[in-house]
Design a protein around this ligand. Structure first.
Ligand code: MF3
Ligand code: CO
Length: 272
């Protein structure tokens, strides 16, 4: 069942989504070589609790941390650990909160130092593909239109691997609601979009082949070929004409640009 949110509920969800954005901005401030992802996880949990919310990933189906931090060839669901980050690493930080009963869940990939032009292009194109998907999150369309737009921009245009095993999802009082939102598919297929659902759209795109495997910890998803993978995620409310993006990358990007340790790319902006 798809849950259609009232405008009051959408505003509460905007608060939750923006708390995730603010938390990601805190991460953007401190990222540099030498920091460990476990230190980041602690900072994330503390910031969320200081803002009257709880980290939703902690204990979710037994997940043991407050964030998923996925470095280089880790696609998603990486465990924070004591390994210091190094120059040239890329790091996807995925954070979920529950505030006033409503979930926020979004993610951003940062480059610490220069990971090289091929990986910087992967970051740029994956971010662009997220916005191409969001353009299709409008009433009257279908879930397959979002999926097709992401796949078209990444796999067809650049030959990247689109991960099949993991998908985006509806979001609300639960972390995972209907519908599933794959990053691959056909136009005009899948659930019909009406105004009101909130979707977590989250392309997971590999520099090399699309195949992935899960490590023996039961969570960490890695590329089979050990080439880099990038993950961006926004929470958006389906509307007529144009989707309402509840999470806010501008808060994160403002800190990313100020941090001399981070490499940045300019993705194509949303047409307005
Ligand atoms: N953002 C991810 C998702 O949408 C993370 C959830 S997995 C968790 O599925 F266990 F860490 F919560
Ligand atoms: Co998600």
């Amino acid at each position: 069942m798809i849950h259609y949110k009232t405008s009051t509920e959408v505003e509460l969800m905007r608060d939750s989504a923006r708390l995730v954005s603010k938390t990601l901005a805190e991460v953007a401030k401190v990222l540099r070589p030498g920091v460990t992802t476990l230190e980041l996880d602690k900072l994330i949990a503390e910031f969320i609790r200081d803002n009257d919310a709880i980290p939703s990933f902690l204990n979710y189906h037994g997940y043991p941390f407050s964030s998923c931090i996925s470095v280089n060839d880790v696609v998603v669901h990486g465990f924070p650990n004591e390994q210091p980050l190094r120059e040239g690493d890329i790091i996807s930080v995925d954070i979920g909160v529950i505030k006033k009963g409503w979930h926020g869940d979004h993610a951003y990939t940062f480059a610490i130092g220069d990971p090289g032009p091929a990986v910087m292009q992967l970051i740029r194109v994956t971010k662009e593909s997220l916005y191409k998907g969001i353009e299709k999150a409008v009433a009257g369309g279908r879930v397959g239109d979002i999926a097709y737009a992401i796949q078209e921009h990444t796999e067809k245009k650049y030959g990247y691997g689109v991960v099949r095993e993991l998908v985006g999802h509806g979001l609300g009082k639960s972390l995972h609601e209907e519908p599933q939102v794959p990053n691959y598919g056909r136009r005009g297929t899948g659930a019909k979009l009406k105004e009101g659902p909130v979707l977590a759209i989250e392309p997971m795109i590999n520099l090399g082949k699309r195949e992935v495997y899960t490590e023996s910890d039961g969570w960490t998803v890695r590329t089979n070929d050990h080439k880099a993978s990038v993950h961006f995620e926004h929470d958006v409310c389906v509307r007529k004409g144009q989707a309402d993006i509840l999470s806010d990358y501008s808060i994160i990007e403002a800190e990313e640009i100020l941090n001399p340790h981070l490499f940045t790319v300019q993705a194509a902006p949303m047409p307005s």
